[in-house]
Write a protein that binds this ligand. Structure first.
Ligand SMILES: Cc1cc2nc3c(=O)[nH]c(=O)nc-3n(C[C@H](O)[C@H](O)[C@H](O)COP(=O)(O)OP(=O)(O)OC[C@H]3O[C@@H](n4cnc5c(N)ncnc54)[C@H](O)[C@@H]3O)c2cc1C
Length: 233
């Protein structure tokens, strides 16, 4: 079977060397969830691609999905402050007019076929690429299943709600589905012609891949982007 060919911008990986951008805004979504908005500096990218945010040394550099759309004026990055993390506590101190250093773009978690039904299944900040897809392809046939701990972590909810949107909350019962995304999908029909994009914790991705394949979804219809191993809830 032939794998679908991803649409990648005419920009090779890492084409843009280290840039310094001015912070435009820093939005707080939850206790530890933030959206950093900064100058785009003319970057050309496909929705779903990544940039590196640079820390004080190479060891502090980290990858982030650009959560803004291809035509948006600024770059947006959604992140969660990891307790005792290296870079995210530094990011959290940034205020408008501060500078952020970045380079990129890279990665291949792009929309393969915008005409096809797309199921986006994410945990936590793994919803970031979905926001970039939606900003870029507003008419896409989208189903979003987003797993978070509490309602306040439903990042981008106002934009996602205009599509089929299923929040799955692990630490809160009402008004949404109470449980993990895998438990929710276990009892759903999963169309085998759709494309499935899985993003966030590796543990969810592995479980979800197995579940979807068990339900008859071809492996070639499943695309994944792992962010982290979930060492704590
Ligand atoms: C391809 C790719 C894309 C990524 N895109 C994003 C993104 O758009 N937004 C984002 O928030 N993160 C994203 N990440 C994770 C990001 O690169 C950092 O790992 C994260 O922000 C923590 O950085 P830190 O230096 O503060 O913590 P570190 O000191 O590097 O991390 C300590 C530990 O925290 C855990 N951890 C890391 N990220 C999270 C998280 N989000 N939630 C819970 N635990 C976590 C991991 O177990 C990690 O070992 C991405 C990672 C990859 C590989």
């Amino acid at each position: 079977m032939t794998l679908p060919i991803p649409k990648i911008a005419n920009v090779p990986d890492g084409a843009v060397e280290r840039q310094t951008s001015r912070v435009i805004a820093h939005k707080r979504w939850s206790d530890d969830g933030f959206e950093l908005i900064f100058e785009r500096k003319g970057l050309c990218f496909d929705a779903g691609r990544l940039i590196t945010l640079h820390g004080r040394s190479l060891l502090e550099d980290r990858s982030y999905t650009i959560s803004s759309g291809e035509q948006d004026p600024h770059l947006h990055v959604l992140y969660r402050v990891v307790p005792n993390g290296v870079l995210t506590p530094q990011l959290a101190t940034l205020t408008p007019e501060d500078e952020v250093q970045w380079s990129g773009p890279y990665g291949q978690f792009v929309v393969r076929d915008p005409q096809r039904p797309l199921w986006f299944i994410a945990t936590g900040t793994g919803i970031a690429p979905c926001r970039a897809y939606l900003r870029t392809y507003p008419d896409i046939d989208l189903t979003v299943v987003h797993g978070v701990r509490r309602e306040e972590e439903l990042f981008f909810r106002p934009e996602l709600e205009s599509h089929r949107y299923i929040p799955c909350l692990t630490q809160q019962a009402e008004p949404f589905y109470h449980g993990r995304v895998t438990a929710y999908l276990e009892n759903q029909d999963c169309p085998t012609d759709a494309h499935y994009y899985l993003c966030g914790a590796y543990e969810m991705i592995y479980d979800m891949q197995a579940l979807l394949i068990r339900k008859g979804v071809p492996a070639t219809h499943i695309f994944v982007e792992g962010y982290y191993y979930k060492l704590e809830t």
